[in-house]
Design a protein around this ligand. Structure first.
Ligand code: ADP
Ligand code: F6P
Length: 320
């Protein structure tokens, strides 16, 4: 029976991480476990920035963005010595199990620590939704809703000026935020790495649409493409439609989590502690077809996530 567990958030923060922390803490306490909060991810695990949590430690956080445990990137944890220091810290404090809320990088670290005997369970927390073993990652819905609201605002000003607005959304190498935001905002074009694109063709189609009466345009560009300013400049040169580029940036990582993020974070937090309770580690929790699932970390890291090309093509087909 596992008696003491730790919980940390690692990598980029995501709205809903607090709801996951709360679920982990409250579930563990309800099962009679002791639970320790680790600040700033693997940085705090190595340095011992660790404190015991009780039911009140997670009061008033379910609705807050960011992470009350703070987060960090920890280059030292990529080394054998770093992982060994973390293992020794767990041993010193009697921490037998660890919930790691983060992305792929954080799970690689969790696999290394699991190999040294600390039971680690990963919960996918990233706005990018780029983790293959799960349909959903904590923060994705909130980030998309934030992006949608921002693009709606940009549309107002584009419409007033008969302009084209090129908007870059986050997602690291993945276009999941871009395609969904593009659909939700009725974008004229969506440019992601997953689907080949041609600027000349986009410009030509914009001009055709203009000739049929369309007066303003919204083009969503995934972060993985980069060059959104250059894309805006090229489109303006080729179409003579006044164009502005906006990079939405970190605003997409903040804000109160949506209902979906709070619910999924709570489900996954609960499930992660259930695994640890059974002495099961080296797993990543996920959601597949609305059901909670778990995979071996290495197996999870080798999976690849499909891009919703159908959604992309629907957007293209109905953007008159
Ligand atoms: P994310 O978890 O969101 O993918 P990062 O890739 O920045 O974010 O990873 C978060 C942290 O996980 C890193 O700072 C590092 O401490 C740890 N990590 C990342 N990659 C590895 C790896 N290959 N081996 C061990 N630890 C890793
Ligand atoms: O992984 C989340 C994310 O926001 C990506 O969309 C983006 O590429 C990256 O993190 C930005 O990282 P940083 O916070 O280090 O600028």
């Amino acid at each position: 029976m596992i008696k003491k567990i730790g919980v940390l958030t690692s990598g980029g923060d995501a709205p809903g991480m607090n709801a996951a922390v709360r679920a982990v803490v409250r579930t563990a306490l309800s099962k009679g476990m002791e639970v320790y909060g680790i600040r700033r991810g693997y940085v705090g695990l190595i340095s011992g920035d660790i404190f015991q949590m009780d039911e009140r430690s997670v009061s008033d956080i379910i609705h807050r963005g960011g992470t009350v445990l703070y987060t960090a990137r920890c280059p030292e944890f990529r080394t054998e010595e770093g992982v060994e220091k973390a293992r020794a810290k767990c041993e010193e404090l009697g921490i037998e199990g660890l919930v790691v809320i983060g992305g792929d990088g954080s799970f690689r670290g969790a696999a290394d620590l699991s190999a040294k005997g600390v039971l680690c369970v990963g919960i996918p927390g990233t706005i990018d939704n780029d983790i293959a073993c799960t349909d959903y990652t904590i923060g994705f819905d909130t980030a998309m809703n934030t992006a949608m609201e921002m693009v709606d605002k940009l549309r107002d000003t584009s419409q007033s000026h008969d302009r084209c607005s090129v908007v870059e959304v986050m997602g690291r190498g993945a276009g999941h935020i871009a395609v969904n935001t593009g659909i939700a905002c009725g974008a004229t074009d969506i440019i992601t790495k997953e689907v080949p694109y041609d600027i000349d063709k986009i410009a030509k189609v914009m001009l055709e649409k203009k000739s049929k009466g369309k007066q303003h345009f919204v083009v969503i560009v995934a972060e993985g493409i980069g060059h959104s300013q250059e894309i805006a400049t090229m489109l303006q040169e080729k179409t003579h439609i006044e164009t502005r580029a906006t990079i939405l940036g970190h605003v997409q990582r903040g804000g109160n989590p949506t209902l979906r993020d709070r619910v999924e974070a709570t489900r996954m937090g609960y499930y992660a502690v259930e695994l640890l309770e059974q002495g099961i580690g080296n797993r990543v929790v996920g959601i597949k077809d609305s059901k909670l699932v778990d995979y071996d970390i290495q197996e999870a890291l080798q999976m690849s996530k499909p891009y919703d090309e159908k959604l992309h093509h629907i957007a293209e087909q109905i953007a008159f």
